[in-house]
Design a binder for this molecule. Structure first.
Ligand SMILES: *Cc1c(COP(=O)(O)O)cnc(C)c1O
Length: 361
């Protein structure tokens, strides 16, 4: 499974109490990476599972009972020069802080966030848990490339009454991942479900938002689709997002459109990076509402974007029994260019002219 949890041994944890954050790094049970690799999948998974606990954190609390939590997802990528670097952790730091404040938690300092992400990855590298760049990844545009997924998240204190969290933990775990979407099949369907509503938490990377996404994605998969697409809650006609990714349409007119940010759209860091890359190429990019009818009439390419997805082409979008096929079902030219440029910068096969990469080693 491409996105299974087999956390690396070293995790980070900070606890807010008495108005200060207290940090610690914990080294969970492990062997050497070579020994773990030689253990066989079941035993290695059991060992990795045994790391997935903090026995001193509350069972009943606002996170486990009411879904009060937010998180981040970012990646450390093996570099062509042999090192390891994280893609734009400063942007995730800003968003995490905003998410926490949006949930009336204490904010988490941005510099502490970046430091903790780098240090957690680095401490695992020091134990030998790192990934090696492979030249063969370049042949398929890094479709099969590995990376280290970094997952920071909040965890609320114990309590049974509905409440906000005054003294949460922030935990960071890391796990190796390969590509998120399996190659080949990339058909999407518009779901009837509503992911986010005005005045809600759609703009926050809140765990609770993912309940609807998981249901809709499950239903889409049941119907044979890789991905689902949400429409807006009010008019039920403007495209908002994929299941957990932002979405782009390249129109016949040469305009690249992505839904404008608002309280129902998650401000993706991949999204904003892609906007920059497209503008650098001289493409006209519009952040605006786009109706599903306009997509059917005008879009020639479509892709979804996110840390896990990168820029993943969507070959068709089905809606009310009709299907819009983009670029005859083949990966479009702009989509491929954006995907390859982004991956190239992330894996260090293209120069990082924008200062997006933060070195770990
Ligand atoms: C995380 C997320 C994205 C993508 O954000 P990135 O910063 O690009 O990874 C898009 N939509 C939703 C709903 C998300 O939770």
């Amino acid at each position: 499974m491409a996105f299974a949890l087999s956390s690396y041994p070293v995790t980070y944890r900070a606890k807010y109490a008495g108005k200060v954050w207290t940090e610690e790094y914990l080294e969970k049970p492990h062997k050497t990476p070579a020994e773990e690799a030689a253990m066989g999948a079941d035993a290695a998974n059991a060992l990795a599972d045994s790391r997935n606990f903090y026995t001193d954190m509350p069972l009943v609390g606002y996170t486990t009972q009411y879904g009060l939590s937010c998180f981040e997802g970012l990646k450390a990528l093996p570099q062509k020069d042999g090192g390891l670097a994280i893609f734009r952790p400063d942007r995730n730091a800003v968003r995490f802080n905003k998410s926490m404040i949006g949930l009336y938690m204490p904010g988490f300092p941005e510099d502490a966030f970046v430091r903790a992400c780098v240090e957690t990855v680095k401490r695992n590298v020091q134990l030998g848990f790192k990934l090696q760049y492979k030249a063969e990844w370049e042949k398929d545009s890094f479709m099969t490339a590995d990376s280290i997924y970094i997952r920071p998240f909040t965890y609320a204190e114990g309590g049974i009454g509905v409440n906000i969290s005054y003294e949460p933990w922030v935990v960071i775990v890391t796990t190796p991942v390969s590509s998120y979407f399996s190659a080949g099949k990339s058909e999407a369907v518009v779901t009837e479900r509503i992911r986010a509503t005005p005045k809600g938490t759609g703009w926050i990377k809140a765990s609770s938002n993912y309940v609807i996404s998981a249901l809709a994605k499950h239903e889409a998969a049941d119907a044979g689709f890789m991905e689902c697409v949400f429409l807006d809650a009010t008019h039920r006609k403007y495209v908002e997002e994929g299941s957990s990714c932002n979405i782009f349409f390249y129109l016949k007119s040469g305009e690249l459109v992505t839904p404008e940010l608002g309280d129902t759209i998650l401000p993706g860091i991949t999204r904003s990076s892609i906007i920059e890359l497209a503008q650098d190429r001289g493409v006209k990019v519009s952040e605006r509402q786009i109706a599903i009818d306009e997509v059917f009439a005008e879009a020639k390419e479509c892709f979804v974007s996110g840390t896990a997805a990168g820029a993943t082409p969507i070959e068709s979008l089905s809606y009310k029994g009709k299907k819009a096929v983009f670029n005859d079902g083949k990966v479009g030219e702009l989509t491929a260019e954006i995907r390859d440029t982004l991956k190239g910068i992330q894996y260090g096969s293209l120069p990082d002219t924008k200062g997006w990469m933060t070195r770990v080693v």
